[in-house]
Design a protein around this ligand. Structure first.
Ligand code: HEM
Length: 191
């Protein structure tokens, strides 16, 4: 759906039109989904051709943003939520659940450490990473790339790095328990 938003909220276009200064340069920002880009180009060309016939009109130019633009960021943030979270959350629940199941017949330092890490990974994921991903998606969709956006982004990166490190430790301890990873002896005694 078409939504008009002033580039400068303090002085929207209606207010600027009250000014009689000439000549006028109109800067218009269009934010559309990638799939809607061809339709926008067609509509813009039609409008431009009409504008070119208006008395006093000088010229018009359409520039297209490329990789790394707000639109690309918004699309990436949206993919993290859908389908990203829908895949990640069940996958993590299955990993933790299967680990807990395997650990019923096991005892020891490695099992206890894995359980503690899993509790932290789950809490960090559900209480920090999921809300961060949803908030960043919403803000990116509305073009809100302010200080709060980057603060939440930084928090997400730190929390994500912690979870990745803890998952790495769980993989290491899992491989040790299954006997696929041999622990090197701490020291070798010489006779
Ligand atoms: C992020 C979460 C976890 C990851 C990434 C992970 C990863 C792994 C990996 C890679 C293995 C080795 C599998 C193999 O060699 O076939 C393993 C084994 C194991 N994991 Fe986890 N694990 C996680 C959570 C847990 C939890 C919460 C527990 C519960 C204490 C657990 C208990 C076990 C046990 C008991 C084994 C040994 C299975 C065997 O005897 O072969 N894991 N895990």
């Amino acid at each position: 759906m078409l939504k008009l938003r002033p580039l400068d909220a303090a002085c929207p276009i209606e207010q600027q039109l009250q000014n009689s200064a000439t000549p006028v340069v109109l800067v218009n920002l269009f934010t559309v989904d990638e799939a809607d880009t061809p339709a926008l180009m067609v509509a813009w060309e039609k409008d431009a051709n009409w504008m070119k016939q208006q008395p006093g009109f000088l010229s018009t130019q359409l520039h297209r943003a490329i990789g790394g633009s707000c639109i690309a960021v918004a699309q990436a943030k949206s993919l993290i939520v859908t389908p990203g979270l829908w895949i990640l959350i069940p996958a993590m629940a299955a990993t933790g659940g299967s680990g807990m199941f395997l650990s019923t017949s096991r005892k020891g330092r490695l099992v206890e450490a894995k359980k503690r890490r899993m509790a932290f990974i789950a809490a960090n994921g559900l209480l920090v990473l999921v809300p961060c991903a949803i908030i960043l998606d919403r803000w990116a969709a509305t073009g809100t790339f302010d200080t709060s956006f980057y603060a939440v982004q930084a928090l997400e990166l730190v929390a994500g790095a912690i979870n990745l490190a803890l998952m790495g430790l769980n993989v290491r301890d899992g491989l040790r328990m299954s006997g696929r990873l041999r622990v090197a002896p701490a020291s070798v005694k010489r006779s």
